[in-house]
Unconditional design. Structure first.
Length: 604
């Protein structure tokens, strides 16, 4: 097969040698530390700061650290990025007996960390300390000795403390390496963060790591997570519009970015002109970021070569969250808008789902296939967490978990597009024509395909998780087993088995998409993507090289779509295949829809 000729990766990844692991320090050195106070007349002002030379704070961190709506919450954690740094601020809103301050004191303590440590600079490792400092200062904001002490202890003292060099840091977004084993024509430099680190014994997942919210991500979006994942793979500009607090939305931004990474083994097979192998997370943004978003939109539509000193990721797609609803009205700045529902009681009888839409208000729904895949994913996670061990729950705890999942899945039906008339006709006809055998065969094949994405991830508690490079490197949470100076002990890796499995599941789904398309390209062209042999369609093409063949189409039939794990009846999935083929292979797709034939005559 073409896939085996090129060494196409399987849906599991191999364990690299341990010498590729980089032991990173507990706390990334900080380039700035600041205290922001709220003044009823002047608004938010920086009342104390310390920073390394050249690090700008004024007119930047006041707005990025304190998004709109924080006055309605008692505390929050806000993540943002700016000019090569990741920022984290801990916000506190406490009642005080001070009429001049409107009986409330609001402040935030924040840090800037070099992005050379990764897509968020591992800033979450400072979260617990910043929360403690903010709680202390809200009582007495004049005593800044705690800030001075923290700065002295954690500041970057010289250039070597600004973070590991790109080639040494497994999570650096600028870290590049070339694979000597890449197929001919596939020497694209890729992010080393996709595969050079492992979750080894002695490393732990930090208490405030965004990956802990992965289960909440699935429960929040339901089957909508799959069209969101597909949009992220296409490197769309994705905006999550919601309400304060923003910590959870920032975690979602991080996790969606991680889930849409291209696994390293798969990236070896992509064209050098393919899209970025990761989606830029911008985290919390607001109205003050509109000029940046406008310039970025111009970069994405420009055909001119970028200046040498420009941001290499400009115009490559992003994901961010905001509490400024004005951004949701500017549909030229984003491609996909996710609107979060307002907060509701946890014991509400009905789950309120986010809405997803494209520009000009075009709604996005999950497909029927997405719904079935979501049920399979939730069942796999439940088995892993031992929430549902048999068809009939035997304990009050498993019974409650079972009922909760079933209610969630029932409510999720409203996020799914209705079954098409053609699909209904096909299902009914095949059931009649095959006496019920064909639908059962299709369901069994689909179930086996979904189960393969969970292979070796659902072993019983106590067994080691597969130490896959793509899982551990993507969550970027490697820390030595030693004290970080915080009060809460780090959590053992076994406690994050479900989170690691979710990441592996989506990375395998991505591999399934791309590797199936590679097979389809091979079938259409008669050779690998990197092969120099031409497609002998006519005499005019005999001497054409690979570059000349880029404009030629690839035939995509319903069997290819089925092998990708997509919905053969969905127009949106067909459009996704076209865009995916163009984005990563610069090829045109000719998608053949599924129909119903009777005696060789297509009737619908």
């Amino acid at each position: 097969m073409a896939a085996s000729r090129r060494g196409q990766p399987e849906l599991h990844v191999r364990l690299p040698s341990s010498h590729s692991v980089v032991a990173l320090p507990d706390l990334p050195p900080i380039s700035a530390l600041f205290l922001i106070d709220f003044d009823v007349k002047a608004g938010y002002t920086i009342s104390w700061k310390a920073s390394k030379p050249g690090v700008e704070l004024e007119g930047v961190v006041e707005y990025k650290s304190l998004p709109s709506g924080l006055h309605t919450v008692s505390e929050d954690l806000i993540y943002f990025v700016n000019d090569g740094y990741a920022g984290l601020s801990a916000f506190v809103n406490a009642p005080v007996e001070d009429t001049a301050a409107r009986n409330a004191r609001m402040l935030a303590v924040g840090v800037l960390v070099p992005l050379s440590y990764g897509r968020l600079g591992r800033a979450w490792k400072h979260a617990e300390s910043l929360k403690a400092i903010a709680s202390k200062l809200v009582v007495n904001s004049k005593d800044v000795s705690v800030l001075e002490e923290y700065w002295e202890k954690n500041q970057a003292h010289d250039s070597t403390d600004e973070g590991p060099t790109p080639k040494d840091d497994p999570e650096s977004p600028t870290a590049k390496s070339k694979s000597s084993k890449a197929p001919q024509g596939h020497t694209r430099e890729r992010s080393a963060s996709d595969g050079t680190a492992l979750m080894l014994p002695g490393h732990r997942l930090s208490p405030f790591h965004p990956a802990w919210s992965l289960n909440k991500l699935l429960n929040t979006f339901g089957p909508l997570i799959f069209p969101i994942h597909r949009a992220a793979l296409l490197r769309k500009r994705i905006l999550i519009s919601g309400h304060a607090p923003v910590e959870e939305a920032c975690n979602f931004v991080y996790n969606i970015s991680v889930l849409s990474n291209i696994p390293q083994a798969t990236s070896n097979l992509l064209s050098s002109s393919s899209a970025s192998h990761r989606l830029r997370p911008l985290f919390s943004i607001g109205v003050h970021d509109i000029p940046f978003l406008t310039d970025d939109a111009k970069s994405s539509s420009s055909t001119d070569a970028a200046p040498p000193d420009s941001d290499p990721e400009a115009g490559t797609g992003w994901i961010a969250c905001t509490t400024d609803s004005i951004l949701s009205k500017k549909d030229t700045l984003w491609d996909v808008l996710i609107t979060m529902p307002p907060p509701h009681a946890p014991n509400a009888k009905k789950h309120i789902w986010p809405t997803v839409e494209l520009s000009h208000g075009v709604p996005v729904k999950a497909t029927q296939r997405d719904m079935r895949r979501f049920r399979s994913l939730k069942a796999g996670i439940a088995r892993m967490e031992a929430n549902v061990v048999v068809s009939t729950p035997t304990t009050p705890q498993t019974a409650a978990a079972y009922r909760e999942d079933e209610a969630l899945l029932d409510d999720a039906e409203e996020t799914v597009e209705p079954m098409s008339w053609t699909a209904l006709a096909y299902s009914g006809f095949m059931w009649w024509a095959s006496a019920g055998e064909k639908p059962r065969s299709d369901e069994a094949e689909e179930a086996a395909q979904d189960a393969s994405l969970f292979n070796d991830l659902t072993s019983s508690v106590g067994m080691n998780m597969p130490r896959t490079a793509d899982i551990s490197a993507s969550i970027s949470s490697l820390t030595p087993r030693r004290s970080s100076g915080t009060t809460s002990a780090p959590l053992e890796i076994d406690e994050a088995r479900a989170e690691l499995a979710i990441i592996a599941y989506f990375h395998r789904l991505t591999t399934q998409f791309l590797s199936t398309l590679i097979d389809a390209i091979d079938s259409s062209s008669g050779g690998g993507i990197g092969d120099e042999s031409p497609v002998e369609e006519d005499d005019a093409l005999i001497d054409a090289d690979e570059e000349d063949l880029q404009g030629h189409g690839v035939q995509i039939d319903s069997d290819v779509i089925k092998r990708m794990g997509l919905d053969i009846w969905s127009a949106s999935d067909a459009q996704f295949v076209r865009q995916l083929l163009k984005t990563y292979f610069d090829r045109q797709a000719y998608v053949e829809g599924k129909g119903v034939e009777v005696c060789g005559i297509r009737v619908c």
